[in-house]
Design a protein around this ligand. Sequence first.
Ligand code: NAP
Ligand code: ZN
Length: 346
Amino acid sequence: MCKTHVLSVSAAKAPFEKTTIERRQLRPDDVSIDIKFSGICHSDIHSTHGDWAGGIFPMVPGHEIAGIVKDVGGKVTKFAVGDRVGVGCYVDSCGECEYCLRGEEQHCTKGVVATYNSLDYDGNPTYGGYGQNIVVTERFVVHIPDRMELDVASPLLCAGITTYSPLKRWKAGPGKKVAILGMGGLGHVAIQFARAMGAEVSVLSRAKDKKNEALSFGADHYFSTIDTETFNMLTGRFDLILNTVSAPIDVDGYLSLLRVDGTLINVGAPAEPSQYNVFSLIMSRRSIAGSLVGGLLETQEMLDFAAAHGIKPQIEVIRADQVDEAYERILRSDVRYRFVIDISTL
Ligand code: NAP
Ligand code: ZN
């Protein structure tokens, strides 16, 4: 066992405090990682605030982890001490079911083990990346490409794969009109991926003052959803809308912006249920879909794609004692566009 310093919350909505936890002794297929940077995802706020059912406290959030390999177990083949690596939303799965075998570990039938707020297969709670070290089975570790800085890479471990995976699956590409709804942590990297895949990209945001940044990320068009005229103007326009909003949306309103056969893909995960009128689907054969992060092979593919296309999260690096304040700022949408904790300040 190895003691490590972490940031944890003792109960829903409690402030962060510096504590220590024990990481397990290295198993033969384990990698021990010294964490350098940890991104803050809105899911960390949903989880620590108890928005979603079943919070396990004390909780150490963090599933956008970038660091350096400190030690490896005897059977590890893909990693060596000193490698630059990342860990995302999951740390284990059965490895044998239909979904694991096709590289979709997030849908493991035994139940995928989340990086935090989850129970490991040995029954112990998992603790995430707001800390100095983590021990993870090598199947759930990815290589960070050489030309990518660790701080910039960290948000890709969740925000990157969560947007890359559905954009690829629903074939965002040449000839497709794609709208990215919500321009926060996920949204601003989704713009970059959709553009690199060759789609015509529009941004739908409440903000009036993010247009220039949206265009700099590669958007072709920017529309403020505060203007009701936007909805009249864009009726029937898009093949895909990727919804990254952390709060409930007007589902019928956004469905009306889809062409025949268009799809509204939800990755934003508010706790409240959605409502829609079924005629919004029937009349134009539209679909509503959801997507959960992505598998490990696809995560490595996404990192390599991002490096090849110069895709970079725009980050604000913060100290460990600024996390509570960062959460408040995210809730006010006052973030451009991802906070990343410098773990050396812990
Ligand atoms: P974020 O940085 O806070 O961005 C969310 C964006 O949603 C905001 O920037 C804002 O965009 C918009 N928004 C926020 N509150 C709103 C409201 N009340 N009404 C309308 N728009 C609002 O969050 P994130 O880290 O990108 O995460 C977004 C969501 O995705 C969260 O719910 C998170 O839990 C979820 N998520 C899901 C998965 C998955 O696997 N499906 C993975 C990761 C995260 P504008 O200001 O531009 O309007
Ligand atoms: Zn996340």
